[in-house]
Design a protein around this ligand. Structure first.
Ligand code: AQP
Length: 338
């Protein structure tokens, strides 16, 4: 059985933001020398919503380049595009035949995302994509899956599908993975700066509340300065109280996450919003500037990024093919050959 195998993915559905970095990508970077890590730009998931083909191509390259710029090292981890490894969609079908309609119906991301256009118009892929996500994970015998808190339900589904499949077909075809979610208040769920009750997202919520990783530092400062706090601006205005003061609490969480401390400790250092916001803006800029500089370098050499993705797909395909073969055999699909 593999040791300490890690799998995680990110959709190339827009500019990645601070939530993606703090909830997932920085853990990927920290982990890459600890485990046998597979990181994937999940471009097929991006088809669940509308998009232009040229923009899609560009977005996949941008995302791969950004992940390298954020610190992924192809000598220490396997970085690849999901669509380069056809076993993902092949295993997804087996898992669609393992999941029930009712359990997919309960996925909150489907409810949220389909609410935009209405269920009638929502793509079937939006409904079934948790099975594709489960395939992404199970193909690599992942023990751990570093994700933000918004993916908790999908991880639970993945575990259920793996256990059901193993029980149904009487063997240990799949490793049952564990979700690795940052502690609450320390990157698990970074909130939109304008709508502190909703998570920062590439595709939803006020764009003024989303900090993109490629954003100009002056825009970052402006967005942090304008972040929603609360009307009360008295001497104890800066308190960590997520129920009564969601705006300022999410700023405290953000600064604590960036500093590696706790929100309560950060709150103790401030009495006014202004200085807190100034320090937070400086900390965000300090976190993204090196990524932006490295991105500009890598962007000059798309051939290098393409070669990283090609060798990543080769390595990933090797592991994925072996797992798919086990799963096909377990369900009773006749294998070709002598
Ligand atoms: N706000 C967030 N706080 C912490 N973690 C987050 N993640 C996303 N938003 C936050 C984590 O980032 C990883 C990659 O996510 P994704 O891009 O594949 O999809 P998503 O979770 O649906 O994120 P978005 O930004 O809301 O994307 P769109 O708008 O395209 O659907 C995941 O580990 C996720 O948990």
């Amino acid at each position: 059985m593999p040791q300490n195998r890690v799998l995680s993915g990110i959709q190339p559905t827009g500019e990645p933001h601070l939530g993606n970095l703090l909830g997932a990508v920085r853990w990927w970077v920290a982990d890459q020398r600890e485990g046998d890590c597979f990181y994937c730009v999940v471009d097929l998931h991006g088809l669940t919503v509308a998009g232009d083909p040229d923009q899609r191509r560009a977005a996949s390259m941008t995302m791969a380049t950004l992940l390298l710029a954020a610190g992924l090292d192809p000598d220490s981890c396997t970085l690849f595009l999901q669509s380069h490894v056809p076993e993902h969609t092949q295993l997804a079908w087996l898992l669609e035949c393992t999941a029930s309609f009712g359990e997919l119906r309960r996925m909150t991301q489907f409810k949220d995302k389909s609410a935009k256009e209405g269920e009638e118009a929502a793509r079937v892929g939006l409904f079934t994509y948790p099975c594709l996500m489960a395939a992404d994970i199970l193909l690599y015998d992942a023990d751990r899956v570093p994700v933000g808190d918004d993916q908790r339900q999908h991880l639970e589904l993945t575990r259920n599908l793996a256990q059901r499949f193993n029980a149904r077909y009487g063997s240990d075809v799949f490793v049952v993975p564990e979700a690795q979610i940052p502690p609450p208040g320390r990157g698990a769920r970074i909130m939109n700066l304008q709508e502190p009750e909703r998570k920062m997202s590439k595709s939803a919520g006020s764009p003024q509340g989303v900090i993109g990783l490629m954003e100009d530092p002056r825009d970052i400062e402006r967005k942090v300065r304008r972040a929603v706090t609360d009307a009360d601006d008295g001497p104890d205005a800066v308190r960590y109280d997520t129920a009564a003061k969601p705006g300022v609490s999410s700023l405290l969480e953000l600064l604590a996450t960036l500093e590696g401390t706790r929100p309560e400790e950060v709150a103790a250092r401030y009495s006014r919003y202004g200085p807190l916001k100034a320090d937070l803006a400086a900390a965000v800029v300090a976190a993204v500037e090196p990524i932006q500089a490295r991105y500009r370098e890598l962007d000059k050499d798309p051939g290098y990024v393409a070669s990283v993705l090609a060798s990543g797909a080769q390595r990933a395909g090797h592991v994925a093919a072996a797992t798919l073969e086990r799963a096909y055999d377990a369900v009773g699909l006749l294998r070709s050959g002598p």
